[in-house]
Design a protein around this ligand. Structure first.
Ligand code: ADP
Ligand code: MG
Length: 755
């Protein structure tokens, strides 16, 4: 039971109020995107262990995880092995065969086991028929299995195992009614869906397979319906008259100002955009193109036309690095026409921010480039005509809406480098028209991609050295910022010191990661761009959009950690100039599946093929992969496999919106409430899956759902909603334990929050 019985539990009660959840555990939960009790209840299992159909020892499949039922035959005491490891061993058996079971460093493992008693052991059976063995299995009694035959397996994180998560969730299940049911009763009846609380209970602790399936069906339906309603509402926005009517512009002056000719695809895409912008309804267009296809230039041309027509434009980028790069690049393109470009990010000093805000309000800035900060309430445009969103997959449907609401229905252009199958695209981007850049700028040579193991790192560095000799620059990407014990990961800081600097002693090597201050990041990026650095060791903060044409080699350490689409994005950082470019995928993981995936990437540079393959081969357990394939992050539904439900949800959403376009009726109130699935913040280098509320949706004093304070996204989110900030100022808090002083709902403990 939750310890805090005197406080009434609400869905927003922080998980740290649960029994057994201290500050450390709460922090680990946060890594999984779980901050509140509602988050925890909605942390659905990935799969189940079925204890109800155990194998006999002889029939148990070898080297595969399974459940075996056997009686304890012998139970000698434990002993200490040379080297200090402790070992407990028992012999179990049935009528036919016997099984030797060993536990290491777990002195309590055998304590409760009784001789002559039958148990269920879950683990991997190894060895031949004569000596079957199992190491460190989980044990259940017959009574336990009768009560809960299926054991949920959860996505876990460092220091927080699936069974620990399970314990926390189980103590909450009696309170599942805390979660309001967004689906009206008629709908439940019509589609024979379980009520929310019942479904949540059943998904975590099903009595039968059918029950688990029914629970899934209900939860998937809800999730997809909310997604489709969001898209549907965006579409009806698009059908409305635009507040920025423009005359059809002639783009020739812009094209002529460039040092190179636009590609045919770029011209075609721009024509489609200009046609839209000259129409009576607001443009809602998606510009899709592989990495390096030159989407920014098309956006620049559209922005140019918008400013020419007398309006302001805004460009939203997912990271501060990218925002700064866009501001600089666009300024170079637009300044010759007397157009003024401003940069607005969450990391800005208050005074600079005030000046910029005033310029935007007084129409003294023609284009504003920024991060999430652009969506904050203090930002008022004098006459916004066009909003551009770069790297769309980083933002949800709702954020698109938030930017569009900054003015009377401006035109909207979203850009994405993740090609997705067309049928799926229609369902997910159903509210958008699509333009495709299917042609790379001339003179590019495809990036050569190779898989290597860590053993060849020295050879690799010799190659890097020779490339640097030729005047090229290199990227070295690592998955984590700091060392995780036993993580087997190359942490960026130690890698920088111990490997990169050691193996490139005479070279200028820079370090970049999400925990650097925005200023420091900008300085490192500036140095790299200007050629003052030969190599850049970085986390994936450089994943999206960074453009340094002289960089010719990309090295990705622990490549097995990333989805193919993410690797393809990273690879897209090189091959932007005329020089021959290379991408090295370093991985010591020799499993067949991993090697096959990486080899596939070596065999093609076609982003569409990569995305297709990624989606097809992505298993249900591929947590990281699913985060990075570019589709909206969903809690339980799978857009590739749940297409039938997706269609059903789409028609229901259409019907609902026809009857109640703004979802104002009380029965639909919860469906219109801020969803969470499409507002996950996915910035920073660590997998931050915390939810960013849309501005104004968090009542003051309510618990935050913001981002990690160190990431730029936090600053963005916090700045994004000054009104929702109870204090208007985030104080650093000393104690992590409640009761804490009131603080900004977005930044739990951030001195860095400027709001
Ligand atoms: P992405 O589509 O990945 O956002 P970018 O817009 O960053 O690609 O463009 C990649 C690079 O190609 C940039 O350096 C840009 O200046 C260059 N580029 C874009 N269009 C052309 C073109 N038509 N001819 C030559 N280079 C181009
Ligand atoms: Mg780009």
């Amino acid at each position: 039971m939750p310890t805090e019985n005197r406080t009434t539990l609400t869905p927003d009660t922080p998980v740290r109020y649960l029994k057994g959840v201290g500050p450390k555990t709460a922090e680990r939960f946060e890594k999984l995107g779980i901050v509140t009790l509602a988050d925890l209840l909605c942390h659905y299992p990935r799969r189940y262990i079925d204890f109800s159909k155990p194998y006999s020892i002889a029939e148990a499949p070898a080297d595969t995880e399974c459940v075996v039922k056997a009686e304890v035959f012998a139970k000698p005491g434990g002993r200490i092995l040379p080297g200090g490891r402790r070992m407990e061993r028992i012999t179990a058996g049935d009528d036919v065969a016997s099984l030797e079971i060993t536990w290491f460093n777990n002195p309590y493992a055998t304590q409760k086991l009784q001789l002559g008693q039958e148990y269920y052991f879950q683990g991997i059976v190894t060895g031949g028929m004569l000596r079957r063995q199992m190491v460190n299995p989980q044990v259940r009694t017959a009574e336990q299995i009768q009560a809960a035959p299926f054991e949920a397996v959860y996505p876990q994180t460092e220091g927080l195992t699936s069974s620990a998560i399970s314990r926390c969730i189980r103590q909450l299940l009696p309170h599942a009614e805390l979660l309001p049911d967004p689906l009206p009763p008629e709908m439940l009846q019509k589609y024979r869906l379980l009520p929310k609380a019942e479904a949540v209970r059943a998904i975590h602790c099903p009595a039968t397979e059918e029950q688990a399936a029914a629970a899934r069906r209900r939860l998937i339906y809800e999730e997809l319906l909310v997604l489709q309603l969001g898209i549907g509402r965006m579409r009806s926005r698009g059908a409305a008259a635009t507040g920025a009517p423009m005359r059809r512009a002639d783009p020739s002056p812009f094209w002529q100002s460039l040092p190179f000719a636009p590609t045919g695809a770029q011209r075609r895409a721009l024509e489609e955009i200009l046609n839209d912008m000259a129409g009576e309804t607001a443009m809602n267009r998606l510009l899709q193109g592989d990495v390096g296809s030159g989407k920014t230039l098309v956006a620049a041309a559209a922005i140019w036309a918008c400013i020419r027509a007398g309006y302001q434009a805004a460009l939203l980028a997912p990271t501060e690095i990218l925002a700064a790069q866009h501001a600089e690049g666009l300024n170079r393109l637009l300044a010759p026409f007397g157009m003024r470009v401003a940069l607005l990010t969450g990391g800005m000093k208050a005074a600079a921010r005030r000046t910029t805000l005033a310029a935007i309000r007084k129409d003294e800035a023609d284009l504003v480039v920024g991060t999430h900060a652009l969506m904050s309430e203090g930002v008022e445009f004098a006459r916004l005509g066009l909003a551009v969103i770069d790297e769309q997959h980083r933002f949800g449907v709702r954020q698109r809406g938030a930017l569009a609401e900054k003015a009377a229905n401006p035109h909207l252009l979203v850009m994405s480098a993740t090609p997705i199958p067309r049928t799926l695209g229609l369902l997910i981007y159903g509210d958008l028209d699509i333009s495709i850049l299917d042609e790379l700028p001339p003179g590019r040579t495809p990036v050569k991609t190779r898989c290597i193991t860590g053993k060849r790192r020295r050879d690799l560095y010799r190659f890097l050295d020779s490339e640097i000799d030729k005047g090229r620059q290199v990227y070295l990407v690592c998955p984590a910022i700091e060392d995780v014990p036993d993580g087997g990961l190359n942490a960026v800081k130690t890698y920088y010191e111990d490997i990169a600097k050691a193996l490139l002693p005479d070279r200028r090597v820079g370090l970049m990661h999400g925990k650097l201050k925005p200023k420091e990041k900008a300085a490192v990026m500036e140095d790299f761009k200007a050629g003052r650095l030969d190599a850049l060791v970085s986390t994936t903060v450089i994943e999206v959009g960074v453009d340094v044409p002289n960089a010719a080699v990309m090295v990705i350490e622990n490549a097995e950690r990333y989805g193919l689409s993410a690797l393809h994005q990273l690879r897209g950082r090189v091959g932007r100039g005329a020089a021959e470019s290379w991408c090295f995928l370093v991985s010591d993981n020799t499993s067949e599946a991993v090697q096959k995936r990486l080899k596939f990437l070596c065999s093609t540079t076609d982003g569409f093929a990569v995305a297709q393959y990624d989606l097809e081969t992505r298993g249900p357990g591929d947590f990281f992969g699913s985060r990075q394939h570019g589709l909206p992050t969903l809690q339980i539904a799978d857009l590739m496999n749940d297409t039938r439900t997706l269609h059903a949800a789409q028609s229901e959403a259409t019907a609902l919106l026809a009857a109640d376009p703004l979802l104002e009726s009380p029965a639909h109130a919860l469906l219109a409430a801020p969803g969470t699935h499409d507002t996950h913040c996915r910035q920073g280098s660590a997998p931050c899956r915390r939810k960013v509320p849309s501005p104004g949706t968090v009542p003051a004093g309510r618990n935050f759902r913001g981002c990690r304070p160190e990431t730029e996204s936090c600053r963005g989110a916090c700045a994004a909603s000054p009104a929702a900030c109870a204090l208007r100022r985030c104080r650093p808090t000393q104690s992590r334990n409640p009761p804490a002083p009131p603080r900004c709902p977005f930044c739990p403990a951030s001195a860095a929050c400027p709001a």
